[in-house]
Design a protein around this ligand. Sequence first.
Ligand code: UD1
Ligand code: MG
Length: 437
Amino acid sequence: MATCVILAAGKGTRMKSPLPKVLHELGGLSLVGHVVQAAASIDRSPILVVGHQAEDVMGNIDDVRFATQSPQLGTGHAVMMAMPQIPNNAEPVLVLFGDTPLITPETLQNLVAQISMAQPLAILAFETGQPGRYGRVVVENGNVQGIVEAKDATEEQLAIRLCNAGVMAGTGEIFHRLLPKLSQQNAAGEYYLTDLVAMVRAEGLQVAYSLAHEEEVAGVNSQHELSLREATFQKRRRGELMDRGVQMPHPETVFLSHDTDLPAGSLVEAHCVFAPGVRAHGAVTIRAFSHLEGAELSEGCVVGPYARLRPGTVLGPKVRIGNFVETKKAVVGQGSKINHLSYVGDASVGQHVNIGAGTITCNYDGYNKHQTIIGDGVFIGSDTLLVAPIHVGQGSYTGSGSVLSDDVPADSLALTRPARQIFEGWADRFRSKQAKE
Ligand code: UD1
Ligand code: MG
């Protein structure tokens, strides 16, 4: 549909961070990752223009082609660096910024759809009460005449509230022919991409503009702005899940990742955090104060309150994970329960297993991680320590408080419990002795 060029060569000074600006994350996905996703319906392999910390950026983003801009001489110059990879005029070009993560595919598609022979350039604008440093869009009689950067604007132009969002679409022909004619004769001494607007007008052609909501086109320039964009992103994702039929009585306390995938009929109670990689294959219940990451859940699972599912957790249908339970690389079969105060890691748990309170898989010896395998129908007594590697055969029981370091045969009882010792009258004697001293 169009070739996308995403600009990400700038320095991001105001982030005050060693991480390149576009690698900061919203909902567990980098800013530029969001932009690449939004652009995917238009171009599956956009051109990413990198410059500052180029290697860091290049090492952390997939599904793009790269162009390098060094030194960084402005947004127009950045697009010039991508043009050798756009050899002909056949396709339109869509320019986006890598630090504007909330832009939607619909907005981009609509902008590209506006381009025609008579109207070979289209820009995205927004109205704001605080136009600050944004470029001002000058409109006369309904026609866009140009974009004036704040640094170059007159007092009168600074009062304009219609601003340039930074997204621009045009015919390949316009970009190929006009970009080389940009000049650096302006307050910043840069090649402004925005100068294309006046150049197209000077040829007697029209420039289209569409209006976006300020929230959608807001960029990230500081840690504070990053947190504001995160809030908008969360609001949007919660809305999407609720629209799909996920019940969320306290949405403002639930934090989702870009890829959190829960089906209709699921319930998410207050104060839950979904790090990346969580997906449920059927309706599930996540009770309050749970933290999930890289976990796969099946129909009817109930997790929490206060549960922590770590990466590699795979829960079969109707599994229950209760309070203060941590799982990691644990495959748990249908109907099994781990309800209280347990750690189950590097483990395979069969179906209809009951794991008693305070059970720990001792999976780590300081050097290696070892597997715990628990067969179907096993009953693990409370406070059992399973020293891995260990296999607990199907249908067996383990006695409460046992420390087990060898395999347990099927249908047996395994018990390691010191013999009980009773000293009759000992307590009375002890108290009298203490009273005399
Ligand atoms: C730009 C627009 C302004 C618009 C605003 C919206 C120009 C000249 N101005 O201004 O009209 O209102 O965005 O946010 O286009 N970049 C490069 N190489 C460069 C310079 C910038 O790749 O040499 C990249 C940056 O990494 C960033 C994007 O381009 O992703 C925008 O650059 P920035 O410096 O933030 O432009 P603004 O001054 O904000
Ligand atoms: Mg900017």
